[in-house]
Design a protein around this ligand. Structure first.
Ligand code: CP
Length: 323
């Protein structure tokens, strides 16, 4: 595949509603594969996926690696810690080095905004942004949409309250964009210091009263992103006070509401343990969705169907057989 035909997933702006629908439908088709005894199909046999992570990750790194393996791709996983990044190698030299293996797809997470875009410039591969600073985390948005639709049976007009540290959250930025694109109603709930000025221009509403959570079908809880705050910066008086006012506990929820969190959770801060472990919590379903959605994204980038074409992979399962 030459450079001219490359596609990337750098942010939700790379997708339109038809693309999102296609990816979610493709992911649904992969549910059958991950439930089988032999959880593997030969779809990407002979292809190579590089996972390059400059920041900590459990869910995103493991699910991309497993997704590639489920599709029979060869995988190379590089964590910055323990790599030649420790010896001072630049991002560009690292990308050029890995590009020499002729990977088909590079999945990259990096603390700096724009790193995935630079990777697309410096490599010949399709690039997936697995999180760049506080900018974008598009596959998180896709898996969240998948999990919401699976639980509620619809996306349009679902009311979502995104609660907490919106200011430093790439998940919030991707989700606001993707949720609005797919017709969800988004309200950002948190202390004013943690809500970016002017964010209403996205079409999301802003509420500085925790009672606003009561209106939502989905309460989407964000972690306090200490790693993106300057040393000594205090956005809330204390974490204890934050938990008391903004933390999502059982007393805040009404029956029928569902609770989501991208993980990792700080139990007792933004989310109470009783909520995290309750039937209202979709957290483990989000993780499950992450696998099939990332399989769908890898598949989509490699096959590039016509925009708007919905592929029902459940019908194609017979063609694939086992790897
Ligand atoms: N939600 C998410 O990106 O989790 P990880 O940091 O564990 O990958």
């Amino acid at each position: 595949m030459g450079i001219a035909t490359r596609r990337h997933l750098l942010g939700m702006g790379d997708l339109d509603p038809a693309d999102v629908e296609r990816i979610l439908e493709t992911a649904a088709g992969f549910e059958d594969v991950v439930e089988r005894d032999v959880k593997k199909v030969p779809t990407l046999r002979g292809r190579t996926v590089v996972n390059l992570f400059y920041e900590s990750s459990t869910r995103t790194s493991s699910s991309f690696e497993l997704a590639a393996k489920r599709l029979s791709a060869d995988t190379v996983s590089v964590k910055a810690a323990g790599s030649s990044v420790d010896k001072g190698e630049s991002l560009k030299d690292t990308i050029r080095t890995l590009n020499a293996y002729r990977p088909n797809i590079i999945v990259i997470r990096h603390p700096h905004i724009g790193a995935a875009q630079l990777t697309a410039r410096w490599s010949d591969a399709h690039v997936v942004n697995a999180g760049d600073g506080k900018h974008q985390h598009p596959t998180q948005c896709l898996l969240d949409l998948y999990a919401i639709r699976k639980r509620l049976g619809r996306l349009r007009d679902v009311k979502v309250a995104i609660v907490g540290d919106v200011l430093h959250s790439r998940v919030a930025r991707s989700n606001i964009e993707g949720f609005r694109m797919m017709g969800l109603d988004v309200t950002l709930v948190g202390p004013p210091a943690l809500i970016p000025p002017g964010i209403e221009a996205t079409g999301a509403r802003v509420a500085d009263d925790p009672a606003a959570m009561a209106e939502a079908d989905v309460v989407y809880v964000l972690r306090m992103q200490h790693e993106r705050m300057e040393p000594g910066q205090n956005f809330v008086p204390t974490l204890r006070e934050y938990a008391r006012v903004w933390g999502v506990s059982g007393r805040r929820l009404r029956p029928g509401q569902i609770v989501m969190h991208p993980g990792p959770m700080n139990r007792g801060v933004e989310i109470a343990p009783d909520v995290a472990d309750s039937g209202a919590s979709l957290v483990e379903h989000q993780v499950e969705a992450g696998l099939v959605v990332r399989m769908a994204v890898l598949y989509d980038l490699m096959t590039r169907p016509t925009i708007g074409e919905v592929i029902d992979l459940r019908e194609r399962t017979g063609e694939w057989g086992a790897a």
